[in-house]
Design a protein around this ligand. Structure first.
Ligand code: NIG
Ligand code: FE
Length: 383
């Protein structure tokens, strides 16, 4: 088995040890991390590559994205910036465009977005359906997502589509019945947009119960646009993650803190909808596990840049740069219940970024600057 020594690392973040290591090296064997430590103590390897005084960090884990869609909603964004509030109703515009698109159009858009993500240091991606909202279109979205990403989530319960507007309960029956049957073979998780204007507590319970019975793990869009039952339901159902967490009361914070459900914060959404940011400090200080993800989608947040979300988390949510990096790597992995990614401990998948900077601090310190110099995935350079 060939071993590769990466040396010349000015600063290494592994997340297996607290803090950072200066003048470091790492060894890759068979696509995994075999050793990390001071460069002066590095073992001999078959090949040796220097990164010339750059920082190395674990690949980002983007645990929340909606990438199977056609078209965009740039006009909606423009209107929002001059005062029109965000409403989930815009989802139906993307549903119409997505239904009308052929498989290759959706595939090409997904490829463009995942390529952009890789170039920005994201090596593990979660992707949801939710812009099909028919049995065939939801199953198609998940099948296409499965071709390109590692974690796939069934979100038939995104909104009630226009044709079911007068009989939402029939749509819930479809989502937890025939649509679930068609989608479950392609999906790891089920998700519900539990929010006023989307799905209420009872509907959410029914869908989560049916999805769990089909063997899917659970995650939830919770408390994005207002207070509500979403976060408490996520904890009650033992969901992997409660996502958004923008409007929380004390009971929600206590529930998250006392559970293994990750609070996934999506600050790009607040940036792009001009909304108040979630209170990350309150969650961290209560003891909740916090992740950061992009929520890349054509409506509420059309960025897929984890470095940008880290900068927002630091500047707008008062997370320290170290907390934000942890949330974007280990936190995201926990939100997907993965232990093999998000860190560079021995045995982890060798997914990492080499930054054009001497320290990970530059991710937040130099917002908007393309600092990802090289990306390695499965022990191979891919960028
Ligand atoms: O996570 N909240 C629901 N879904 C997306 C928005 C989707 C859209 O506006 O197209 C979100 O923000
Ligand atoms: Fe989302």
């Amino acid at each position: 088995m060939t071993t590769t020594l990466i040396t010349g690392i000015a600063e290494l973040v592994t997340h297996a040890e607290p803090g950072t290591l200066a003048d470091a090296a790492l060894v890759i064997e068979d696509g995994h991390i075999a050793w990390t430590g001071p460069a002066a103590q590095a073992p001999v390897a078959d090949e040796r590559i220097t990164v010339d005084g750059r920082a190395v960090i674990p690949g980002f884990v983007d645990s929340h994205a909606h990438l199977v869609f056609a078209g965009d909603r740039a006009q909606e964004f423009s209107a929002r910036m001059t005062g029109t509030p965000y409403s989930a109703g815009g989802i139906r515009t993307t549903v119409a465009a997505t239904r009308a698109a052929d498989d290759d159009t959706l595939r090409a858009n997904l490829r463009r977005l995942t390529d952009e993500m890789l170039r920005q240091g994201t090596t593990t991606v979660e992707c949801k359906s939710g812009y099909g909202l028919t049995v065939e279109d939801e199953a198609r979205a998940l099948r296409l997502a499965r071709e390109q990403v590692e974690a796939v989530t069934y979100l038939g319960a995104h909104v009630v589509p226009a044709e079911y507007k007068d009989r939402p309960d029939s749509y819930v029956d479809l989502v937890k019945g025939e649509m679930l049957d068609a989608c479950a073979p392609y999906a790891d998780y089920a998700d519900v947009f539990c929010e006023r204007g989307a799905f209420d507590e009872e509907q959410t319970r029914e869908i989560l119960t049916a999805a769990r019975a089909r063997g899917l793990d659970l995650r939830l869009h919770a408390n994005q646009l207002g207070n509500g039952p979403g976060v408490r339901l996520a904890v009650e159902f033992g969901a992997a993650s409660a996502d958004h967490c923008t409007f929380l009361d004390d009971e929600d914070v206590d529930a998250l803190a006392g559970s293994s459900t990750v609070a996934t914060l999506l600050p790009g959404v607040e940036f792009s909808t001009r909304s108040p940011y979630p209170d990350a400090r309150r969650l961290i200080e209560a003891g909740a596990t916090v992740a950061i993800a992009t929520d890349c989608n054509p409506g509420s947040c059309y960025t897929n840049s984890m470095p940008f979300c880290i900068a927002l988390a630091v500047r707008e949510m008062r997370m320290s740069p170290a907390e934000a990096l942890w949330a974007a790597t280990v936190g995201g992995a926990k939100a997907l219940r993965r232990v093999d990614v998000g860190h560079l401990g021995v045995g982890a998948r060798a997914d990492f970024s080499v930054l054009d900077a001497p320290s990970f601090l530059h991710l937040a310190y130099r917002p908007g600057v393309p600092l990802v110099h090289r990306v390695w995935k499965n022990g191979t350079p891919v960028i």
